[in-house]
Design a protein around this ligand. Sequence first.
Ligand SMILES: [Zn+2]
Length: 54
Amino acid sequence: MPLYEFYCDKCAKEVSVTMTISERGKGQATCPQCGSRELRALMGTFFTQTSKKS
Ligand SMILES: [Zn+2]
């Protein structure tokens, strides 16, 4: 499953969430640290990590 980076407002830090693409599309991301659903997606993190292999 893809790994997504989010920013949790409650933890006040970035968290990594593993979820399926369908779950991601439904916006069902929950913080693995505190269980909050108030996560903000960090755009493009997953793709930039895979493309910066120089
Ligand atoms: Zn949290």
